[in-house]
Design a protein around this ligand. Structure first.
Ligand SMILES: O=C(O)C(=O)C[C@]1(C(=O)O)C=C[C@@H](O)C=C1
Length: 278
């Protein structure tokens, strides 16, 4: 028998570590196949019902739970990336899924791509109305639109005309907080699902000259903790869009304490999580 020289120690060490990685890959693959089988069972369950398989609140709750137990050299943002792909794979098991985006800054398309993954079809529409129509008509599963901004004019303020409750805001992108980066909202033909730490969007139609301060005060007096309040002067009315702490429901008694009868909950989304420390 010819003598086979023993590999140098460094190569032997690499081979041993790669064998460990191979075993872990097999274990992870087994778990992914098991997870996919459970998702297929969930898709068939009557409790989940028909309609969009997407549950952004549940996704956020899963990610928060994993990030809370996370440690080691794997970056938090990488954990989110890996699970985003898992969620989209699970969504695909439950039916076709596509995105209609309106992306005036092209950042919205990037946010949609990052959130919904590289394989999900994304079509960019020239106006928010066209993107929303694609969802209403069943051509797309969700719309991704620019987050409301103080600079919005009556024409660009898609949120002022959202066909609620048929269409509702269900998520805000990005889920990993990125201060002063562009943001987008996800609109779906289903209500949002709570994640346990949420913010809701409340649209109020006030009188034409209602000062912003009065609207903010009325919200505070009603016990509604508002973050940003956007104000849009629209002819005879003032439209105020308030981001309210928590998952607001239509029968919330605090809404009845507001001095304006025309108030609409546009939806809700999970509060973002912190990224990796720089
Ligand atoms: O929990 C569900 O309803 C699922 O469809 C499963 C799952 C997941 O993979 O964890 C997938 C998609 C949903 O958006 C949320 C969660």
């Amino acid at each position: 028998m010819p003598d086979t020289p023993a590999p140098p120690p460094a190569e032997a060490e690499i081979a041993a570590l790669r064998a460990e990685i191979d075993a872990l890959d097999d274990a992870m693959h087994d778990l992914l196949m098991q997870r996919a089988a459970v998702v297929a069972r969930l898709a068939g369950s009557r409790a989940k019902g028909q309609g969009s398989p997407l549950r952004p609140g549940r996704e956020a709750a899963v990610l928060r739970r994993l990030l809370a137990r996370h440690s080691g050299p794997l970056a938090r943002e990488r954990v989110v990336r890996i699970w985003r792909e898992i969620f989209m794979a699970s969504t695909a098991i439950q039916g076709p899924f596509s995105v209609a985006a309106h992306a005036p800054q092209s950042a919205e398309t990037r946010l949609a791509r990052t959130h919904f993954g590289p394989i999900t079809p994304i079509r960019v529409h020239p106006t928010p109305a066209r993107a929303l129509a694609a969802v209403s008509d069943g051509e797309a599963s969700v719309a991704v639109l620019p987050a409301p901004a103080e600079t919005d004019q009556a024409e660009s303020a898609w949120w002022a005309r959202l066909d609620v409750p048929r269409l509702q805001v269900v998520a805000r992108l990005p889920f990993i907080a990125a201060p002063s980066a562009p943001e987008a909202l996800v609109v779906a033909p289903v209500p949002p699902d709570p994640s346990g730490d949420d913010r809701s969007l409340l649209l109020i139609e006030a009188e034409a000259d209602a000062p912003r301060g009065r609207i903010a005060q009325a919200l505070a007096d009603a016990g509604l903790a508002a973050g940003a309040v956007l104000v849009l002067r629209a002819g005879e009315a003032t439209l105020a869009l308030a981001e309210i702490e928590g998952f607001l429901r239509a029968d919330d008694a605090r809404l009845a304490a507001l001095p304006w009868a025309r108030r609409t909950i546009l939806g809700a989304y999970a509060a973002p999580v912190a990224g990796d420390a720089p």
